[in-house]
Design a protein around this ligand. Sequence first.
Ligand SMILES: Cc1cc2nc3c(=O)[nH]c(=O)nc-3n(C[C@H](O)[C@H](O)[C@H](O)COP(=O)(O)OP(=O)(O)OC[C@H]3O[C@@H](n4cnc5c(N)ncnc54)[C@H](O)[C@@H]3O)c2cc1C
Length: 547
Amino acid sequence: MRQSYDAVVVGGGHNGLVAAAYLARAGMRTVVCESRHKTGGAATTESPWPEAPEFKVTRLSYVMSLMPPTIIKDLSLDRHGYKVFPMGPYYQAFPDGRSISIWSDDAKKNYEEIAKFSKRDAEAMPKWDAWLGGLADVLGPMLLMVPPKVGSKRPGDLADLLRMAWRQRGIDVRTVGDVTRLMTMSIADLLDDWFESWQVKAPIAVNGVIGTWAGPYEPGTAYVMAHHSIGDVGDGHLGSWGYPEGGMGAVADAIRRAAESFGVEIRTNARVARTIVRSERAEGVVLETGAELRAPVVVTSLHPRTAFLDHVGSANLPDDFVRDIEHWKTRSGVVKINLALSELPDFTANPGSQLQPHHTGSVEMAPSMEYIERAFLDAREGRAAERPFSDSVIPTTFDRTLSPEGTHIMSLFSQWVPAEWADEPHTEELEAYADRLIDEYDALAPNFKRSILHRDIVGPYEMEHEYGLVGGNIFHGELSVEQLFHMRPAPGYCDYRTPVRGLYFASSATHAGGGVCGIPGWQAAKAALADQRQGRLAGVRKLLTSA
Ligand SMILES: Cc1cc2nc3c(=O)[nH]c(=O)nc-3n(C[C@H](O)[C@H](O)[C@H](O)COP(=O)(O)OP(=O)(O)OC[C@H]3O[C@@H](n4cnc5c(N)ncnc54)[C@H](O)[C@@H]3O)c2cc1C
């Protein structure tokens, strides 16, 4: 069976849906092919416990911050159900019975909290926030730019991108220098330059290692912190994150509804087997069923190994590009644990299981820099962390659509297990790993273990085999310096185009990905539409109509 469209989008994750929405909005007859039974990809809300369908978990990604207002507005996402509750502070309880809460929007409270550990750090915190604000002035707009392409008439590397940002925004030389430092420093070294107490440094360091195959002492982790600190959730507070009502699946659903309102056709259970390439041009895709969907524009939002090596095939790609994709680093060692709780954790440091401010934000398990580092070293040495670290949230402190009254959902984003666990399920070891993390929380909040009603563990193997996140990397590829900006996904191909004409790349493995930001989908659609306007694809159309 053969059908024709103006555009085929491969993958119904949020980026695929964003790309499809923009293409259809511009008048293209667009179809999305999604292999799973539902759209959303890593932005998904599910009920993992058949015996308790009333509990819904945001199974992989869990908080929003990075989606630019342009996309939210263009797609009228608010009208389609997009609503985000800004979350509370970073909270860490310590074994000595103390705790710290760090807010993104309350300098006075921060001063009181931090001064418990160091007056000097309390005074440094507003300066740190202002410093991050300066960096966001550079990095924020850079995330929305197409990096200059190596080999094009425009100059093309990170330095040029910085120069462009500098010229356009009048940013001072010091800030450009600070951005350069971010690329090369470790988050631990950077925080040592600013703060003295480990109680302050450890919770901030978490953002430097989220989803990253690197401990806090590894160069480049300072940038990962910045990547996670330059968004907001529309509340005007830099670095703030929020819980979408209905979980992250509701964000994808809002984008899907927007896409459908522009006429996009969504096909689920439609796994793409290969991209049709003739004379170095994409002409459509073949589904696993053998059905052919022909179109002069193909946008793929899959992991680069799947999109290029499996679907296009090395024979249709330049050797250098094949080598770059083969060498693409795609490890995380992340384990996502979702819990249904009968009550909120009753921390010894902040007693009570009734709702309190510290329950409303990130309830961290990162009590010191050494704790985080040790967890990474364990995994790098080939075993699961003896004492896992976790960035955990309880979205039901705001969002009452996810669990019955009086109960809660807790989302534990934890690290690390060996990256190679993406090759085998390691079910029993993952259960033991989850037990150890739960014990760590129980030591700080003694009602924790007994409050657990159900648990769901998603390890690297499931991430790869169920969700297509090859190697278990949460961003389709590591956010390491050699894979950023003009290098994402490969030098010469950072403009959302690929070596195959008519094939565009919208995955989180492009500039501005990862995260649920929609920028790759938006940029890939813009590239396709620009090429359409310039008639570069006219030849393909002719071929297709004569085929
Ligand atoms: C555990 C975890 C926690 C995270 N936490 C956060 C967070 O809190 N906030 C945040 O902003 N980001 C977070 N992220 C990252 C973020 O979720 C991803 O970067 C983003 O969702 C990726 O979106 P995407 O559309 O590029 O790709 P995906 O979501 O991976 O979508 C690709 C889609 O393609 C489908 N597919 C695969 N193969 C085929 C095929 N052959 N044919 C057709 N379809 C196919 C997949 O099923 C999937 O639906 C997290 C990720 C994970 C895994």
